[in-house]
Write a protein that binds this ligand. Structure first.
Ligand code: PMP
Length: 419
């Protein structure tokens, strides 16, 4: 049986009842600058359904307590909810064990954890880490830091004019020295969906490990870490309709078990003395200090919500909306799309002749339309395309064609003002 907001027409492709789904998102129902809000900045952070807001609120109202250490009832309830959230994430990602689900602050912290805990112990002079030219800064700088610290070298696979990784070059850069490949599943600046399964396969063929930055993939598609074969997979709750300040590092159990801890403190130890410390088992070894309990509970609620909507239905709906968006943007004279990969998620980055991206952002905001303007934490991508910044409309399943029409009307006005 399909979920109540999914209608399956005769051709078998599930369609979303978007009007009904929008009712689940309180923030969407407001006016901004006298116009109905059109929220097209989902790649920066997505909006939260009432189910997530309520799960967090309920926790603070009814169960708030610290986890793991308490013997009293509230602490037991908080621990059960927090560990239940871990199981929800395990199932959603199809990880083999909850030992492989480490709660972090987000993707950035998850990547830094691997760079520091795994990288410092396993990299040295002559070793290489391979990334791509389209990475977010959070999948560049942690590797630069650990390369500086260990004497390893960072290699960068080039991209082509459509914003796709040059796979021949990627393969050529892999070699005996490569110890780890770190790639984004979906580019936040371009929308490109990378062939990560193939990239992981190639990494493994060269005895290298593979980390995937999944920040932008999670809101748009089903992710199965075991089917992908990823050694590490990083995600952020707030991009997938959950709270800020919470994310996950998935790591293969054998690898995590062999890694030294990163941060030290409470909860990550079994016993501490001045003669030495015995660390906790997985996953606690990597969760020093009081975790973001409410965040984990909210993220689990977001996962339940996403699973209820259906990730296949979301992907199909968004593919259609992206095609519509790109076609409508194409009608605007002087507009150039940045990122035209064959395989794209719902992100449309663009520049408009004679109008700075920031001015575009400001003008469309006067129409109630929220887009992002800037380098999107991907300065090397901007440099490659020879632009200082782009304007970016990033879509979610609650966006509609009418909203895209509102964006396009606002962009026409920007052209008139500056044209
Ligand atoms: N990677 C990608 C592709 C992203 O889009 C982002 C967020 N813009 C990040 C990593 C970092 O995520 P966070 O700020 O939630 O840690």
């Amino acid at each position: 049986m399909s979920a109540p907001h999914v209608q399956t027409p005769a051709n078998g492709t599930p369609a979303l009842d978007v009007a009904r789904l929008r009712e689940d998102f309180p923030v969407l129902h407001q006016q901004v600058n006298g116009k109905p809000l059109v929220y097209l900045d989902n790649a920066a952070t997505a909006q939260k359904p009432a189910a997530v807001i309520e799960a967090i609120s309920r926790y603070y109202r009814e169960d708030n307590s610290n986890v793991h250490r308490g013997v009293h009832t509230l602490s037991e309830r908080a621990t059960a909810a927090y560990e239940g959230a871990r199981e929800t994430l395990r199932e959603f990602l199809n990880a083999a064990s909850t030992k492989e689900i480490i709660f972090t602050r987000g993707t950035t912290e998850a990547i830094n954890l691997v760079a520091q805990a795994w990288g410092r112990a396993n990299l040295g002079p002559g070793d290489e880490v391979l990334i791509t030219h389209m990475e977010h800064h959070s999948n560049i700088v942690p590797w630069q830091l650990v390369c500086e610290q260990t004497g390893a070298t960072l290699r960068v696979a080039p991209i082509n004019a459509r914003g796709e990784v040059e796979m021949d070059e990627f393969e050529r850069l892999l070699g005996e020295r490569t110890k780890l490949v770190a790639v984004g599943h979906v580019s936040n600046a371009l929308g490109t969906i990378n062939p990560v399964a193939r990239m992981i396969e190639l990494a493994h063929a060269h005895d290298a490990l593979a980390l995937v930055d999944g920040a932008q993939a999670m809101p748009h598609m089903a992710v199965d870490v075991r089917a992908l074969g990823a050694d590490f997979y990083a995600l952020s709750g707030h991009k997938m309709f959950g709270p800020t300040g919470i994310g996950v590092l998935y790591g293969c159990e054998a690898l995590l078990a062999a890694m030294p801890p990163w941060q030290g403190g409470g909860d990550m130890i079994k016993a501490v003395s001045f003669d030495g410390t015995v660390y906790s088992d997985l996953p606690y070894k990597f969760e020093a200090g009081t975790p973001h309990i409410a965040g984990a509970i909210g993220l689990a609620a977001a996962v339940d919500y996403l699973a209820g909507v259906g990730r296949e239905a979301i992907a199909a709906y968004e593919a259609d909306l992206l095609a519509y968006t790109e076609a409508r943007l194409g009608e605007i004279e002087g507009l150039r799309l940045i990122g035209t990969a064959e395989n794209k998620a719902a992100v449309a980055s663009f520049v408009l002749d004679g109008v700075h991206a920031h001015d575009l952002g400001t003008i469309v905001d006067h129409h109630g339309v929220a887009i992002r303007a800037g380098h999107h934490c991907a300065m090397p991508v901007m440099e490659f395309f020879g632009v200082a910044a782009t304007a970016r409309a990033s879509l979610a399943f609650y966006n509609t064609r009418e909203e895209i029409d509102a964006l396009v009307a606002a962009l026409h006005e920007a052209r008139e003002i500056f044209g």
